[in-house]
Design a protein around this ligand. Structure first.
Ligand code: ADP
Length: 371
């Protein structure tokens, strides 16, 4: 006959699919009954009628059936009381690192272990979002815990590029990010109708960003990558105010004009107090697979000039590769689907540099297998 402790140990391997924490830690195991080799488990759902009941039933059954003395598992459900739910939400907030559980931004604290990196560009279409998702996936592959916050409120493309679909669950004001390719993801795109453009200004924007930072259960993460809208604007200023320790990387193409607008964006953001940590040159040269010849379709040198003007480093050059577009459309970053092509290698190298610099502040977990 299995013991209650053995069953609880087995249940500790089952995570709530939305909160991504063991159900035992979340106080979701209400009761365990043992009768010979038959085991009954009663689970308290965070919300009644939770759509993930089937998944939880399967996971609980699989975990308990692993025990040698068990040959039948029955799963029953109840739901948390309002007080229990509020307590859980307060606990999750506390784990977020907030000193004050209400509306605190955990990443703003001077001793926050999370490195926040804002990805900016002077104008749209230079590949800022493509670079963000691939950098995030590359960092996750290297074993870091990564969050991606899509702050490109008007032109959000992160959900599509990461293949993150669905509506995040929320209870008592805590929102659970979606998971994709080893990253936690949040985007305004999860909350809006895709066919209607979003008209947000000043205070509303500020509030939306603040919610992304304080009300989303990011948990313990090593990196938070924020995809900023192009240009200089309210968002960069708001973010700089909310996240005084954030670094910014600027994505530009090799073209002179792109470099000039990127310079304006970089300078303006510097004035907000955000540190520019480096420049990434994207769409740098196209190598014809047939002849092997490289064509500098968008010119050369823009990245270096920008890095010089901003008195920062060039972090890397990513070549033009149509597979970056295809992989973005397919929702699987190229660094995941084809890690060995030059564009993926270039992005992986940038991720390694960013990680190396931040190593003093972030802890490294075991490498994940990301499929
Ligand atoms: P932004 O976020 O700056 O507006 P996107 O990441 O949406 O830019 O990229 C704009 C378009 O350019 C997308 O179709 C994307 O797939 C494509 N793209 C980005 N980087 C590259 C690259 N290195 N090679 C080829 N296409 C690219």
């Amino acid at each position: 006959m299995p013991t209650k402790d053995e069953i609880l140990t087995a249940l500790a391997t089952v995570e709530d699919p939305e909160i991504n924490k063991p159900i035992t830690e979340l106080g979701m195991v209400e009761d365990v009954a043992i009768e010979g080799s038959r085991v009954g488990v009663k689970i308290k759902l965070t919300i009644p009628g939770c759509p993930l009941k089937d998944r939880i039933t399967r996971d609980v059954t699989d975990a308990v059936m692993q025990l040698p003395d068990v040959d039948d598992v029955q799963v029953a459900f109840g739901s948390m009381t309002d007080e229990e739910r509020q307590q859980l939400s307060a606990d999750l907030r506390a784990q977020n690192g907030a000193a004050n559980p209400e509306m605190e931004i955990p990443f703003a604290a001077a001793d926050s272990p999370t490195k926040v990196i804002a990805v900016a560009s002077g104008k749209g279409g230079v590949g800022k979002s493509t670079v963000t998702v691939n950098l995030a996936a590359a960092l996750a592959k290297q074993g870091y815990r990564v969050g991606v916050m899509d702050a490109d409120i008007w032109g959000y493309s992160i959900p599509r590029m990461l293949g993150a679909e669905g509506k995040p669950v929320a209870f008592d004001g805590m929102v659970m990010p979606l998971q994709a390719h080893g990253c936690k993801v949040i985007s305004i795109g999860f909350f809006t109708d895709p066919d209607r453009s979003v008209i947000w200004r000043g205070p509303m924007l500020h509030r939306a960003l603040q919610q992304f930072l304080s009300d989303v259960h990011w948990g313990e993460i090593d990196f938070l990558l924020c995809d900023l809208p192009p240009g200089t604007g309210d968002i960069a200023i708001s973010l700089a105010q909310m996240l005084p320790n954030a670094d910014m990387v600027v994505v530009t193409t090799p073209q002179q004009a792109a470099q000039k607008v990127a310079l304006r964006a970089g300078k303006a953001t510097e004035q907000t107090g955000m540190k520019v940590a480096g420049v990434i040159e994207n769409m740098a040269g196209f190598t014809d697979p047939a002849s092997g010849a490289t064509h500098d379709i968008f010119g050369t040198g823009g990245g270096e000039e920008l890095a010089e003007a901003l008195e920062t480093e060039m972090l890397g050059r990513i070549p033009i590769d149509p597979r970056l577009t295809e992989s973005g459309d397919a929702g699987v970053p190229l660094v995941v689907s084809q890690p060995d092509v030059p564009a993926s290698q270039a992005i992986t190298k940038v991720a390694e540099q960013i990680a190396a610099r931040s190593r003093s502040v972030v802890g490294r977990s075991l490498p994940l297998t990301v499929s």
